[in-house]
Design a protein around this ligand. Structure first.
Ligand code: PEP
Ligand code: MN
Length: 346
């Protein structure tokens, strides 16, 4: 339920509504907006008697939120959420943010080298897994904390922000010491204790769509993060399972405009995991930006043939440079721009 205040409502009237909601046994979440202030009521899972709120000073109307994902919905918050990182990158506004890097951090030379290269080509966020959720227990599982330390070194050297995955609750506590964005992977989209911990971390969270998750399930998973008080959430379409095995997954581009109409949260696309095929990454990256994605996550490796994971879908750096050129043109056609790196000493 949402209590929408009149534009003329005073601070005192807003506080009064908050106190009343709390006295009724619920939590109040004030949501300042461009046009109006609204106060969300959470903690109920059914009907609430709204008469007590409707009669209060400064209240314009009381709206029942029709979606089960409340705080994530556009009904709850009409304005787009913009996630801002320490290096100035903004995700969810008119700009398009580019995250790029290898699937996994492998060694110092690899990650520092590729970070400098990607920085020069216009990425502002470096990706790289230190804790890898691999389908096979015998595959490379990541360097762990050593990988995080290398990512931190790459950030220091280049000014790139860092996104990296946490695969369990203890991992959240470790990753938050190093990263700018905590990634929750597709395999963990419905790991609710992990979502709660990530929600409490105070860091922006990149939530990837589960490989068989509906859009509604994705939005409900995001609701777990917002329910913990973390509204700095970025959604990611990374492909879903399909009957067609030609590509690794089916990148569901329709999810982008659908999510944008249902939710105020930014959504990016990951055409690397979405296709699994290097030659298909650039076309689908172009299509995702054309469909309205707020950013891209692209796997790039200095030597894809030697990669310890996901080499077949990793771009060569030169291919990434070409992709960036093309994305700039598409963004401009949509009155958008790529996020440019703020001037930092490197
Ligand atoms: C990844 O980003 O490397 C990854 C494992 O992605 P996903 O969770 O989408 O499979
Ligand atoms: Mn990968």
């Amino acid at each position: 339920m949402l209590v929408v205040m009149k534009q003329s409502a005073t601070e005192e009237a807003i506080n009064r509504v908050v106190e009343t909601i709390e006295a009724m046994g619920y939590d109040a979440r004030p949501i300042p907006g461009h046009q109006r202030t609204a106060i969300g009521l959470v903690g109920n899972d059914g009907r609430v008697d709204s008469a007590r709120l409707e009669g209060l000073d400064g209240v314009l109307e009381v709206i029942a939120v029709s979606h089960p994902y409340k705080q994530v919905s556009r009904e709850w918050k009409a304005d787009d959420t913009i996630v801002t990182l320490a290096n100035g990158t903004r995700i969810g506004g008119s700009e398009i943010a580019i995250m790029a890097g290898p699937c996994a951090v492998e060694n110092e030379e690899q990650i520092l080298g590729v970070a400098h290269t990607l920085r020069g080509m216009g990425a502002t966020i470096l990706r790289g897994g230190a804790f890898k959720p691999r389908t096979s227990p015998y595959s490379f599982q990541g360097l762990g904390v050593e990988g995080l330390e290398l990512l931190a070194r790459a950030r220091e050297a280049t000014g790139l922000a860092i996104v990296t995955e946490a695969i369990d609750s203890e991992g959240v506590e470790i990753v938050r010491e190093y990263a700018d964005i905590i990634q929750i992977g597709a395999r963990n989209m419905q790991n609710y204790p992990l979502l709660r911990r990530a929600g409490q971390s105070g860091l922006p969270v990149l939530l990837k769509r589960g490989m068989s998750a509906t859009i509604k399930e994705l939005l409900l998973a995001a609701e777990y993060l917002l329910a913990e008080g973390n509204s700095q959430v970025i959604l990611c379409e990374r492909g879903v399972r399909s009957f067609d095995t030609h590509t690794r997954n089916l990148l569901d581009l329709t999810a982008i405009p659908v999510v944008k109409s249902l939710s105020h949260l930014p959504i990016i696309a990951d055409p690397s995991h979405g296709t699994g095929l290097r030659s298909k990454v650039t076309p689908m990256a172009r299509a995702a930006v054309a469909a309205g994605a707020d950013g891209l996550m692209i796997e790039v490796h200095p030597q894809p043939d030697m990669a310890l994971s996901d080499g077949a879908q990793s771009l060569y750096p030169e291919q990434f440079a070409e992709l960036m050129k093309q994305i700039r043109v598409i963004a401009r056609a949509l009155d958008r721009e790529l996020v440019e790196m703020p001037r930092v000493a490197v």
